[in-house]
Design a protein around this ligand. Structure first.
Ligand code: XMP
Length: 469
């Protein structure tokens, strides 16, 4: 019988290193065959982890977030749209409203789409004003028409205005939004000072060819998955993730083949698998990257309920070997930055994280207080709670009593903002690269040597014989 190892069973053997500082190492990697990232971190497509807020944070940090699929198609598309609009060089299709829109409707619209301003156009589509959150801040008459509260003193620029010229105009006129108009006076774009500032604040951000933040979205393999994928592609999603618990199944392979043939230009990640054969089958069906992990996740009970799975380190090593250079993403079980280093050293191009990010401000859900400490809720996508909620959304009448959960609902400590958690993970990972004598991820994978440890070795690795403050 084959031996299966997980992260805590091994350590990376330190190697001679020419790395002078953690800053010297290059953490860039591939997410899929054609999408690169600046850090190897992906947030999990779980309903307590990734919607647009988390995806924006991940993309700004240089990674990517995958919007979960327990949403209606419309909701999921809207979350993708929010990420795509969060940062732009030029917002290509700014939201517009008519002057007859009420203040109440404008407020709702801005809130639902997380934007702080709307262009106001007349019936012929000509720009006549702009209304911003600031204009509405102290406007107490919700029934008033936007036409009566908008600013009409407009500063605009013409199509083709360069970014540096736009910056000048924004500065000279002390305005924050610069509508671009075509020769008929119709809006053809929008440049905002916030976008320009963000470009300096987040120089490592993951961006698409149009300068928008990258985002992925998950689909299943049943019911509306083709329609869902089509709508997501239409909304500009960068990568579709075919995500089911047992990705090495005829259904998953057929779904990957179908989606790749329908959307050949869109990158496709498929999973989850834990074996060399699983990876090979998904790649030959058309996957541009494969997600690896059956049962290692913080809220997973698949291994207990089904008796199936492969300890994660062995799964990563086996899968990476069989992927022939196609990226594999290690999904689940990351407890600290050392686990990120071990995953990448074992052959993963990136890691997917749920539990460690679920406690941050950017995850969906509220902070709860228990005995004076603050927590957020995480739940497995195969937990009873997540599936009750999903069935409600789908108005499905399938009997929930037949449902066998493979995940639990739990609390994780509140951890503040996602960027802080990501910085700690990436900082530790950079040091890990240095201990492996590697300046790049490729070098790390080449240099890595694991040593198997015993429980005594693990005990020695943690603080011991002291009272940790
Ligand atoms: P972590 O350890 O980062 O793992 O929280 C996140 C990954 O866990 C998987 N996941 C599940 N696996 N039952 C499972 O067996 C579940 O209910 C479940 N929910 C999430 C998933 O791969 C995720 O990315």
């Amino acid at each position: 019988m084959k031996e299966g190892l997980s992260f805590d069973d091994v350590l990376l053997v330190p190697k001679r290193s020419s790395v002078q500082s953690r800053k010297d190492v290059d953490t860039s990697t591939l997410l899929t065959k054609n999408i690169s990232l600046n850090i190897p971190i992906v947030s999990a497509n779980m309903d307590t982890v990734t919607e647009s807020h988390m995806a924006v944070a991940l993309a700004r940090a240089g990674g990517i977030g995958i919007i979960h699929r327990f949403l209606t198609i419309e909701e999921q598309v809207r979350e993708v749209g929010k990420v795509k609009r969060a940062e732009n060089v030029v917002i290509e299709h700014p939201y517009t409203v008519l002057p007859s829109f009420t203040v109440r409707a404008a407020r709702r619209f801005m809130h639902a789409n997380t934007v702080s301003g709307l262009l106001v156009v007349d019936e012929g589509g000509k720009l006549v004003g702009i209304v911003t959150a600031r204009d509405l801040l102290f406007e107490y008459d919700d029934a008033k028409e936007v036409g009566n509260v908008m600013s009409t003193d407009l500063v605009t620029a013409s199509v083709g205005t360069s970014l540096s010229a736009a910056k000048e105009i924004l500065h000279k006129n002390r305005v924050e939004k610069l509508p671009i108009i075509d020769s008929h006076g119709k809006p053809a774009g929008l440049i905002t000072s916030k976008d320009i500032v963000n470009q300096t604040n987040f120089p490592k951000a993951s961006k698409d060819a149009k300068g928008r933040l990258r985002v992925g979205a998950a689909v299943g393999i049943k019911d509306d998955f083709v329609e869902r994928a089509g709508e997501l592609v239409h909304a500009g999603v960068d990568v579709i993730v075919v995500d089911i618990a047992h990705g090495h199944s005829d259904g998953a392979i057929a779904a990957v083949r179908k989606l790749k043939s329908l959307f050949p230009d869109n990158e496709l990640i498929a999973g989850n698998v834990a074996t060399a054969e699983g990876v090979a089958d998904l790649i030959s069906a058309g996957a541009d990257a494969v997600k690896v992990g059956v049962g290692p996740g913080s809220v997973c009970t698949t291994r207990i309920v089904t008796g199936s799975g492969v300890p994660q380190l062995t799964a990563i090593i086996d899968c990476a070997k069989s992927a022939g250079g196609v990226p594999v993403i290690a999904d689940g079980g990351i407890k600290n930055s050392g686990d990120v280093a071990k995953s990448v050293a074992a052959g993963a191009f990136a890691v997917m994280i749920g539990g460690l990010l679920a406690g941050t401000d950017e995850s969906p859900g509220f902070i709860v207080t228990r005995h004076g400490a603050r927590y957020k809720i995480i739940r497995g996508m195969a937990s009873l709670g997540a599936n009750l909620n999903r069935k409600e959304k789908e108005k499905s009448e399938r009997d929930i009593n037949d449902y066998v959960p493979e995940g639990v609902e739990a609390m994780v400590p509140y951890r503040g903002c996602a960027m802080d958690v990501i910085n700690q993970l990436v900082g530790g990972f950079r040091s890990g690269m240095s201990y492996c004598g590697s300046k790049t991820i490729k070098e790390m994978q080449k240099n890595a040597e694991f040593v198997k440890i015993t429980s005594a070795g693990m005990k020695e690795s943690k603080p011991h014989d002291v009272s940790v403050l």
